[in-house]
Write a protein that binds this ligand. Structure first.
Ligand SMILES: *[C@@H]1O[C@H](CO)[C@@H](O)[C@H](O)[C@H]1NC(C)=O
Ligand SMILES: *[C@@H]1O[C@H](CO)[C@@H](O)[C@H](O)[C@H]1NC(C)=O
Ligand SMILES: *[C@@H]1O[C@H](CO)[C@@H](O)[C@H](O)[C@H]1NC(C)=O
Ligand SMILES: *[C@@H]1O[C@H](CO)[C@@H](O)[C@H](O)[C@H]1NC(C)=O
Ligand SMILES: *[C@@H]1O[C@H](CO)[C@@H](O)[C@H](O)[C@H]1NC(C)=O
Ligand SMILES: *[C@@H]1O[C@H](CO)[C@@H](O)[C@H](O)[C@H]1NC(C)=O
Length: 457
């Protein structure tokens, strides 16, 4: 499938005879890979292949337990281990993710909190008592640059954007909802990931919904897959709950607060069947891997024996299973895939204000330190993600929101959101103790992520 161009790219590097041998080896690897994929990456059409009829594959749910747990065996998911060399990475002459925040209360906010009927009580900070509204008024201003990308290997350049309208600098003040809908006409845009990605999805729905008459739009009930639809554009903006990308015991959209995390590192069948027909996919995953060791229940494991691995190692396995699907099944001319990098947290104010003891509570201006980077954004994770994404070349576009969001310590709900658990008098007396410094208020930072997404679309 999409593999062909990759192999042909390697050709110029090898003389003819070794090349023939390589092609033979490659074909063998490819054949085996596809065989494996047919097992693990099955779509909805035939979830139980014939040759596995006697075997009931493990399907994780929130009641899954491990019968026993052993040390990680070192087993891989068989993607980059097949001997593939990294594809040359395009170098962005322009980086829209490098810039600064500019106070702009004439263009922002792009919508009003109370005007969006799909707003979440977790993110509606004004409604929940926040009266310093400065967080709504910041525009992201990339440093001036033109939008071309050049390839090291060939020296040739191409326009990053298709169509003249976008061959210009990103400009947050230029905002046109109708134009956004035109790009989505006849398409399914799907966000896949955790609650941060859900926030970005709600932001997108709020950005888009205002121009659609109430009787021509609909929102399905909250579920594994939740769908906002606009009839006149025959388009939908959807959210799929898949916090760990691969199948896990935390895939219930509501009941997923479990004491132990179990994943199936080599299968994402449950999620894949929902996302494989979307036209534009926006993935994220990060914070769920930061909660201690993860238990791996391989799809071929019949006795419930789990292996235990640290979060970073487990995330790498999951990312590779995902990358394998992107690599084999995504045709970038037909499907656009985005990956959103880690969303920063602001849990310790000492990181931007040495000697202080709080967190994001009561913070109402962005951090004004160029290249500020908090400890919540794990560099080894970023390197691992970058390494995997770069091997996918043009099949995936990175939405590198980490640095720009690092500056926005003022953008979190802190105490101004609905909390599901009852707060004790001790907590209430000490607001920092229960502040949410992870998610983002809306309108706010995720609106800018979506502006960048549309810019790159
Ligand atoms: C924008 O901010 C300026 C300076 O803080 C203020 O004087 C002005 O009234 C604000 N305008 C709006 C529309 O809020
Ligand atoms: C938000 O509401 C204010 C006051 O009701 C209004 O002036 C403003 O135009 C609204 N902004 C948007 C983006 O709808
Ligand atoms: C917004 O985009 C639509 C569709 O591309 C276009 O017809 C319209 O003129 C644009 N409006 C503004 C204010 O630029
Ligand atoms: C609506 O969009 C779907 C794809 O999302 C497409 O299959 C279908 O043909 C479209 N229907 C119309 C009436 O354009
Ligand atoms: C755990 O072991 C029991 C008995 O050996 C078996 O019936 C059960 O299916 C196993 N659990 C899992 C999750 O495989
Ligand atoms: C995102 O940008 C940072 C710099 O802000 C860089 O270090 C990192 O490698 C980038 N991540 C990816 C996945 O491209």
């Amino acid at each position: 499938m999409g593999q062909a161009w990759k192999w042909s790219r390697r050709r110029s590097h090898f003389p003819l005879i070794p090349l023939a041998f390589m092609v033979f080896i490659a074909a063998t690897i490819l054949y085996n890979e596809l065989k494996i994929q047919r097992i693990h990456l099955q779509g909805p059409h035939n979830p139980y292949p014939k040759h596995r009829r006697n075997f009931s594959p493990v399907i994780l749910d929130r009641f899954t337990t491990c019968n026993s747990t052993v040390k990680y065996s070192g087993r891989k998911v068989g993607w980059t281990e097949s001997g593939r060399s990294p594809v040359a990475r395009g170098v962005n002459a322009c980086n829209v993710f490098s810039g600064n925040w500019v106070f702009d209360n004439s263009s922002y906010p792009l919508y009003n909190e109370s005007d969006c009927p799909y707003m979440s009580d977790q993110l509606a900070c004004h409604k929940h008592g926040r009266f310093d509204l400065g967080y709504q008024y910041w525009r992201w201003q990339p440093y001036r640059c033109n939008l071309k990308r050049c390839f090291i290997r060939t020296g040739s350049c191409e326009n990053l954007m298709i169509g003249a309208a976008f061959d210009r600098d990103f400009d947050g003040t230029r905002w046109n909802v109708t134009e956004m809908w035109e790009k989505l006409r006849g398409k399914r845009l799907m966000f896949v990931g955790d609650s941060l990605n859900r926030g970005q999805w709600i932001s997108m729905v709020c950005l888009l919904q205002s121009v659609i008459p109430a009787e021509k739009r609909s929102m399905s009930p909250n579920a594994h897959l939740t769908v906002f639809r606009a009839e006149e554009y025959n388009a939908s903006v959807e959210f799929l709950w898949a916090p760990l990308l691969v199948d896990s015991n935390s895939d219930d959209p509501v009941n997923h607060r479990l004491s132990e995390r179990i994943i199936c590192p080599d299968s994402m069948r449950r999620h894949l069947s929902k996302w494989e027909n979307a036209d534009i996919l926006v993935f994220n995953t990060y914070l769920w891997w930061r909660q201690g060791p993860v238990k791996l229940l391989w799809s071929s494991e019949e006795n419930g024996v789990c292996e235990e691995l640290d979060g970073l190692g487990a995330m790498e396995l999951a990312m590779k299973t995902w990358a394998k699907w992107v690599d084999s099944y995504v045709d970038p001319l037909k499907k656009r895939v985005f990956f959103v990098t880690m969303s920063p947290t602001h849990l310790w104010s000492r990181e931007w204000n040495p000697g202080s003891e709080g967190n994001c509570y009561n913070q109402n201006t962005p951090i004004n330190l160029e290249t500020y980077w908090g400890s919540g954004s794990d560099l080894p994770t970023m390197r691992m993600v970058q390494d995997i994404l770069s091997q996918l070349g043009s099949k995936v576009t990175v939405l590198n929101i980490t640095q720009l969001s690092e500056y926005r310590k003022d953008g979190h709900p802190s105490i101004y959101r609905k909390f599901w658990e009852t707060l004790s008098p001790e907590q209430l007396a000490n607001p920092e103790s229960y502040s949410d410094c992870i998610h983002w208020c809306l309108p706010g930072v995720p609106d800018v992520w979506n502006q960048l997404l549309f810019h790159l679309l």
